[in-house]
Design a protein around this ligand. Structure first.
Ligand SMILES: Cc1cc2nc3c(=O)[nH]c(=O)nc-3n(C[C@H](O)[C@H](O)[C@H](O)COP(=O)(O)O)c2cc1C
Length: 365
């Protein structure tokens, strides 16, 4: 099977072509990686490449309860335990850098941290907080040019910290309505300065942080995630969206990144996705491409055979199946993920999904 073939990711040898997609699991009490997370990631080192859960580059970027950061000494040391365990199990691991921007609430943040976004547009709905339950999203502060420059510095320092923590690379989260995607999208970016108002300007934030991180840690250690046509977190499909993503991808060519990671949210009920964009990107972008969104064993394999992507990432299947590549290789049944425990603290629904061998022993007993 192509999914099980090794892959050379710009010099990083992956043992198969299956990637574990970034998955926020909210088990980092105090926003610091811990032993429970070591176990979770070590068990999933069966993937050719793990991309970690979205991780905050700074206090301003940490909007959800119990998500980890990578800006304090303690967090870096915590992540070191995880990268060591994954490498000991012959796995490879990238850290996803996620600044939540307006998808945030002060109750989930450190004192003094600020909810910032390209424009002061409030997200509809509520966000879960550990202290007070669900609360309405606050109106974010519109970022000044100094705020933008600060956020970029935070991304850069976080990438440098990730390398110190032993990661094989970082993935810039520029998808799903978080800060970088808030710059890309017209629903969230109403600016008229160098960071808004045109295709070139809306893509500037993402392009600049990519360039800065590449310069600091090397292009072969940088990937980026994009979700064209996703309307997640109250973003919108807008006139010229396709041209904008094609322009951004063209701009990214100059960096020769480890990969571009595309999310196709069609399978997750996003009605607005025009899937033609993925074909167009594949045609004009010659670097490594990871595709994601609703793949199973057969459709993932077919996508590789049709050369629609170089690697396939799996999210929910890796939540429930720590040994997903093994199960695929023998076409074994899969455990089903339990959405009720996606974001709850503790082991339940996190480290208690059995590998195939364990489930067979349990059945015999
Ligand atoms: C519980 C959960 C947490 C997620 N957290 C993140 C995240 O931190 N960063 C991100 O880019 N995507 C995140 N996603 C999206 C997944 O990476 C992936 O795009 C999605 O699950 C679709 O892939 P699948 O059909 O293989 O599950 C999350 C999805 C789920 C179900």
């Amino acid at each position: 099977m192509k999914l099980l073939e090794p892959f050379n990711l710009k010099g990083l040898q992956l043992k198969n072509s299956m990637v574990m997609a970034p998955l926020t699991r909210a088990r980092a009490e105090g926003n610091v990686p811990n032993q429970l997370m070591v176990q979770y990631y070590a068990e999933r080192a069966t993937a050719g490449l793990i991309i970690t859960e979205g991780t905050a580059p700074s206090p301003n970027g940490l909007g959800y309860a119990r998500i980890p950061g990578i800006y304090t000494r303690e967090q870096i040391e915590g992540w070191k335990m995880i990268t060591t365990a994954v490498h000991e199990n012959d796995g490879k691991i990238f850290l996803q850098l996620m600044h939540t921007g307006r998808v945030s609430h002060p109750e989930n943040m450190e004192k003094g941290a600020r909810v910032v976004a390209p424009s002061a547009v409030r997200l509809n709905g509520q966000m879960y907080t550990d202290t007070k339950g669900p609360l309405s999203y606050p109106e974010p502060e519109e970022m000044t040019l100094a705020d933008i420059s600060q956020a970029q510095d935070e991304f850069l320092q976080a990438a440098i910290n990730a390398i110190e923590a032993g990661f094989d690379g970082v993935e810039i989260h520029s998808a799903n309505g978080y800060l970088a995607d808030q710059f890309l999208n017209t629903a969230t970016n109403k600016r008229h300065d160098a960071y808004g108002g045109s295709i070139e300007n809306r893509t500037r934030f993402t392009r600049e942080i990519t360039g800065q991180i590449v310069k600091a840690i090397g292009a072969e250690r940088v990937g980026i995630r994009l979700s064209p046509y996703s309307t997640f977190n109250d973003t919108e499909v807008f006139d010229g969206m396709e041209r904008q993503f094609l322009y951004l991808v063209d701009e990214l060519k100059q960096y020769d990144l480890a990969y571009v990671h595309l999310v196709n949210n069609t399978a997750l009920g996003s009605p607005d996705v025009n899937e033609d964009i993925f074909k167009q990107i594949r045609k004009r972008y010659k670097g490594n491409l990871i595709m994601n969104g609703g793949y199973d064993r057969i459709s993932g394999e077919e996508a590789l055979i049709r050369e629609e992507a170089d690697l396939i990432s799996y999210g929910r299947s890796f939540i429930a199946n720590p040994d997903l590549p093994y199960r695929f290789s023998y076409d074994l049944p899969l455990n089903h993920p339990d959405p009720d425990t996606f974001y709850t603290p503790g082991e339940k629904g996190y480290t208690d999904y059995p590998a195939w061998a364990e489930s067979q022993v349990a059945e015999v007993q």
